[in-house]
Design a protein around this ligand. Structure first.
Ligand SMILES: Cc1cc2nc3c(=O)[nH]c(=O)nc-3n(C[C@H](O)[C@H](O)[C@H](O)COP(=O)(O)O)c2cc1C
Ligand SMILES: [Fe+2]
Ligand SMILES: [Fe+2]
Length: 401
């Protein structure tokens, strides 16, 4: 297997032909991309040729050139569409024009979306759970993964090479950094970015992810080829274990303190709470100023650790807007098995503490509220600081072990 520029052999007759994106600031317009984003696409060149997923439309040029080069003078027989989100389906319409005989393979929900997104109605091949597509010496077996994270989400398995083309499952943020395999990557960073992707894109659908993992566990997997992030070939079992841990919402000892503060009074209280947690022997304690960190980093830390302190000022009769946005994101994720402490500040008519308490109540036990609930008028006085220290101690006790 020789390597042409940008066409990287993954296994016998299987090539990576994806794209690296260092221009998009925020994935889905929301999640910051300090190291960019990769859209992985793969091609199997057998008696039949099959492309597995495409790329975001703004990254089509390179991808199409590579596809053309890797096919040489062969036709493109199939496009396997594991997921219709436009970061993977972006080239479909043009592929139909460039390769007129191509067949688009997907499940019934995929085929409905092909029509709605790109007007593709003919040349489609519907596959069901467990069905396979024969390419010659390879075949692809399809496993649906409904709502991980779209209704049509699917994975394709190649038993010949023991490769799972998992699409968004096991995907991570981050562009191509020279290598595309896990053993060529900065692993600590790659796993963090996989978790940040999991929490923000898949987290809400953790129950469905567990069902998909049950199917994954039944396969003999040597290599996981996701649609984002590195190819996992060194120890795919470790990646599957991590994914399961996140899906089960298993937490580590540690506390995240998130505060929203305009003039520092709420910050002072939050610092006192954080100090008290640390002094009570819990490590790590991570403090975020909600106005200064992209939400995706904060949610990732919150997913990981057992304890959370939310501390916010009141703003125009409501909770400070970025804190309200965080609560909406967290509520959307149906988190469970967590401990929470609250601190609200105000000067004339309090709203922050009430709104944060409402969030805890609506979680129906997903978040266990620790005492004391702290409310501070304008500036924390000695009595308030004592309460902060007590909350810190109680939190430390609650998350330990
Ligand atoms: C623009 C603005 C709007 C505010 N709206 C309210 C409000 O509706 N009700 C209230 O009790 N306090 C309100 N406050 C006061 C703050 O919530 C209060 O002073 C708090 O201690 C500020 O905390 P900080 O120093 O951490 O920013 C407002 C303050 C500002 C600057
Ligand atoms: Fe997606
Ligand atoms: Fe994706």
């Amino acid at each position: 297997m020789t390597e042409m520029a940008g066409i990287i052999p993954v296994a016998d007759s299987v090539y990576w032909i994806g794209a690296g994106d260092r221009e998009t600031d925020k994935f889905e317009g929301l999640w910051e991309l300090p190291h960019g984003m990769a859209y992985n696409a793969y091609i199997i060149k057998d008696e039949k040729t099959a492309l597995i997923d495409t790329v975001k439309s703004s990254y089509m040029d390179d991808f199409l050139l590579r596809l053309n080069r890797v096919l040489e003078d062969r036709p493109l027989d199939y496009v396997i569409t594991n997921h219709m989100e436009p970061d993977h389906s972006g080239a479909m319409e043009l592929l139909r024009r460039l390769y007129p005989g191509v067949k688009f393979v997907g499940n019934a929900k995929t085929i409905e979306m092909m029509k709605n997104f790109y007007g593709i109605e003919d040349g489609t091949v519907e596959v069901r759970e467990g069905e396979s597509l024969d390419l010659g010496s390879h075949k692809l077996v399809f496993a649906t993964a409904p709502m991980v994270h779209w209704p049509e989400s699917m994975a394709s398995y190649d038993p010949t090479n023991k490769i799972l083309f998992s699409n968004d499952i096991f995907g991570g943020f981050g562009s191509i950094e020279g290598g595309i395999f896990d053993d060529e990557a900065n692993l600590e960073w790659a796993i963090y970015e996989m978790m940040r992707y999991y929490v923000n894109i898949v987290g809400r659908f953790s129950k469905q992810a567990l069902k998909a993992l049950e199917k994954v566990r039944k396969l003999d997997i040597a290599t996981i080829c996701p649609s984002h992030g590195p190819i996992w070939r060194s120890n795919p079992g470790h990646v599957i274990d991590l994914y399961e841990k996140w899906s089960r919402q298993e937490t580590d000892e540690g506390v995240v303190v998130v505060y929203g503060s305009m003039y520092g009074n709420t910050k002072t209280a939050s610092d006192a709470i954080a100090r008290s947690i640390c002094a009570s022997g819990v490590n790590p304690v991570t403090v975020y100023d909600i106005s200064r960190s992209n939400m995706s980093f904060i949610t990732t830390a919150i997913w990981r650790y057992r304890g959370l302190i939310l501390s916010s000022c009141t703003y125009n009769m409501e909770l400070y807007p970025p804190m309200a946005a965080l609560l909406r994101l967290l509520e959307n994720k149906n988190m469970t098995g967590r401990k929470i402490g609250l601190c609200g500040t105000y000067s004339w008519a309090s709203a922050a503490l009430k709104e944060m308490s409402g969030f805890v109540d609506r979680s129906k036990g997903g978040w266990t509220l620790l005492e004391p609930k702290i409310e501070i008028k304008s500036r924390p006085g000695p009595g308030n600081i004592e309460q902060c220290e007590l909350l810190g101690k109680n939190m430390a006790e609650a998350v330990r072990g």
